[in-house]
Design a protein around this ligand. Sequence first.
Ligand code: ZN
Length: 308
Amino acid sequence: MKLKILCVLAGLLLSTAGASYAAQSCRGAGVWLQVLGSGGPELTDQRASSGYLVWQDGRARILVDMGPGSMLRYEQSGARIEDLDVILLTHLHVDHSADLPALIKASFFSDRTRDLPIYGPTGNARFPDTVAFVQALFAASAGAYRYLADYLTGDEAFRLLPYNVSAEGALVQPVMEGQGFKVTAAPVHHGPIPALAWRVDIAGRALAFSGDMNGDNQTLPKLAAGVDLLVAHNAVPQDAKGVERNLHMPPSVIGEIAAEAKVKQLVLSHRMQRTLGREAESKREIRKRYAGPLTFAEDGQCFRVGKR
Ligand SMILES: [Zn+2]
């Protein structure tokens, strides 16, 4: 009898955990954001790590971050590797970048023939820059996955083209434009880690992604000014101190940035044990400053960007 009760309880727990994945389709007309991973680095949050897709008219065109598990969500989303125009990395922590080899290997089984650019931050003494990171994974000489080196040399069906974007200073920088969209970056403060926030302007809509940051260098309100949707990382609670606060912004800072930038919709992601279960408190702090629509993200969730 005890065992039966335990089994029922375990089932209830699993079904609660399963609620963090919302299978949705973003393949309608217009611009959509899909959350691939709404979690952080923990393996206890029942979520994939950081990852987002920007869809336009049924095509998943832009991938922002690719943490562990995000490629399973990519698969579940129905996105096609052939449709991807660019990858943007906020920084090179494992929970934002570890699924890159998974995508490149999977592309072998796709019909992709177009080169694939990937943009990410410059490095410092503790982190490689993005070009060096990609080389460390795939270079024929000493890459960990050197068996995939043809994706750098051009001997495969397409090339992976890595580019560094300055993560120093506080300048909002245009990064690329063409194919009907524009990408802009700004350095953000994420402790000692080189990190970027990204903005995408596409089909008359605009989205911004904070990545991991603590708000110290004041660049995000400029980058995200007037966007239809801001994805902000809710990695720490209001009372965060020390290292946590040096790495991440508390809800009050998220609210200040959303208000200052006049963002039209706020999506809170990178949810961790520290903030899960404290949504009411986080929302209260944000609401003191920002009155617009606000959602705590789940894996797989879709958001229509801007008005129909
Ligand atoms: Zn992170």
